[in-house]
Design a protein around this ligand. Sequence first.
Ligand SMILES: CC(C)(COP(=O)(O)OP(=O)(O)OC[C@H]1O[C@@H](n2cnc3c(N)ncnc32)[C@H](O)[C@@H]1O)[C@@H](O)C(=O)NCCC(=O)NCCS
Ligand SMILES: Nc1ncnc2c1ncn2[C@@H]1O[C@H](COP(=O)(O)OP(=O)(O)OP(=O)(O)O)[C@@H](O)[C@H]1O
Length: 185
Amino acid sequence: MHDSDASVHRLLGPNGRAVPAIDKEFPGVVTGNEVDRAALGARVFGDRDALVRLEAIVHPLVRQDTKRFLLQAARRGAKLVALDVPLLFEGGLWREVDFILVTSAPRFLQLQRALRRPGMNADKLHGIVARQTSDTVRRRHADLVLSTGQPRGVTLRLLRRALGEAKNRPARCWPPRAYVPKRKL
Ligand SMILES: CC(C)(COP(=O)(O)OP(=O)(O)OC[C@H]1O[C@@H](n2cnc3c(N)ncnc32)[C@H](O)[C@@H]1O)[C@@H](O)C(=O)NCCC(=O)NCCS
Ligand SMILES: Nc1ncnc2c1ncn2[C@@H]1O[C@H](COP(=O)(O)OP(=O)(O)OP(=O)(O)O)[C@@H](O)[C@H]1O
């Protein structure tokens, strides 16, 4: 499984590959050898242009990281790979996968959970939500919607069933085209 958010954390973390470019574009948000995420968040959430400039730095690197993961998984002969991508629809990656699983909880729960995050407030959340594809559109594009509005145990059971279904899908995108299997001698 590849986690885009974890990839962004590595890129912005100590000696991360995005740190020098971010330092140049957003002076003051790098402390030591890593990005101060709260400071950068304060600069970009609510400022559309700034977020676009940040995305232009970070997204191509996340994409590279994802491609490397896919090639390694293909070489290992993996039967199923999962990509956890918060911006699946915004970034266009939804066109390049065989099965789309959307997690969704009722709006009041989404807001309640998001507002519980450290450093989150109503204004910041508003800026973020305004930049994301709506839950309605996400659900419409899903092959399967996984309810996360119930206790975790229920969600996990549903997830297991969903993975079973994903495995039985004909693979159009897997293995990736860039992957050329080694010829057997
Ligand atoms: C601005 C940053 C440093 C703020 O970090 P911080 O730890 O404070 O917040 P976090 O990353 O948890 O994001 C908070 C919420 O905003 C959402 N969000 C983050 N970036 C974006 C974006 N470019 N567009 C829309 N929503 C976004 C996240 O999904 C999450 O729900 C960070 O979000 C970032 O580097 N964003 C740009 C890279 C990106 O697009 N990441 C999205 C996930 S791959
Ligand atoms: N059934 C459930 N499924 C998933 N999460 C649940 C469930 N019940 C409670 N939660 C809680 O909901 C929160 C989910 O928050 P989290 O920040 O992981 O959301 P996210 O969908 O990954 O957000 P984003 O993609 O925008 O970063 C967690 O605190 C988790 O403990």
